[in-house]
Design a protein around this ligand. Sequence first.
Ligand code: NAD
Length: 413
Amino acid sequence: MSFNVLNSAKHYLKQGLKAIGKEEFFEFLATPEQVLEVNFPVKLDDGGVKLFKGFRVRHSTVLGPAKGGIRFHPNVNLEEVKALAFWMSFKTSLANLPYGGAKGGVIVNPKELSINELQSLTRAFTRAIANNIGPDIDVPAPDVYTNPETMAWIVDEYSRIKGSWQPAVVTGKPLNLFGLQGREISTSLGVQYVIEALLETLNKKPSQTSVAIQGFGNVGANHALLLFKKGFKVVAISDSSTGLFNANGLNIEKALQHKKQTGKLKGFSQQGVKEISNQELLSLECDVLVPAALEAAINEKNVASVKAKLVVEAANGPVTMNADEILFDNNITVVPDILANSGGVIGSYFEWVQNKQGLAWSLENVKSMLKDYILKSLNKVQSFAKENNVSLRTSAYALAADRIINALKLTRY
Ligand code: NAD
């Protein structure tokens, strides 16, 4: 993730604002409300003390408490956190959630810390930002190299500070500590619902639909498994070790088993399965291409080779802005990230509501509510795109910006 991501987000914002004739709101929407930088000491196992730097950027609270993950990574930097916070505001606005957007991060290589040190770091960071987060202020969640366990430490530390249980201060918690059924698959489920809805309009059945998925982590692997169980032909998958291809469809359950046993997809051998490069995967003749790994996976250099009819952005920012224009010109439909992967934050919203009300929904309930939310977003994005002859991405940014602007006009002038 880099400055380019912020540039492309701003570019899409400009296009969206143009589509609704509200360009004068660009500066307001491109600028975060609040930027917090904290430096805090952590005691190490060897008795030493190390100083760490962290950030929490609140992009917008116009529509409600800010919402967005916390990442632990050596490359965390303020520009990146700002870009990610901006993105969250548009994702939550488009999904019609009562949230704004935020993001946070700590500059740390978590692989160099013991579990105790990681817990101390998480608690120290929580103390450093405690006055800036809260169930009705800013609600963090997991992101790169943070997980449900990290969220459990934050809830505990924050609740100690406040003197009462505060489960709604973060989402993405473990199931047995106020978590939500299905939260870990909610992003992948959302991607599945979007794909199914789009295929339905084309009258295409899962068994007739070939899908290639780049990335076999939380989002990619869960998504591949969901589609496989629904009868789709998942013809290709990949992780950083290799790509796997079978024109008749891969057995995702077996591939997942192999990945769990060996830690990678490489070496998975089954009849009809061939190893391919990630580049080959992106160029496959298939109905649906799902980039679920890295940003800028489809860029100026490789976009001409994309042959899929539909690209669904499960990852954040997998298509660069120049490549996006070329795909549009080539009549390839791109479902933008702020819509396609919004199942994650929609799931987070359900968890927050559940915590605030002391409820616990079943998985079936969660699935049906998630489907309802994401398909409403898809419908309105499709309608606006059609009426205004713009891409789904421009439509998504236009609608997300419009909702924030309309609330702003009612509240903050
Ligand atoms: P992850 O770390 O669990 O998985 C990433 C996967 O990408 C891994 O399988 C890795 O091997 C693979 N990968 C890395 N480099 C690759 C390469 N060069 N070629 C092919 N594959 C490669 O991450 P994740 O949580 O699955 O997130 C994936 C994307 O989805 C990110 O852009 C993330 O921001 C976005 N996203 C995630 C969520 C969520 O709920 N986890 C929600 C919204 C968006």
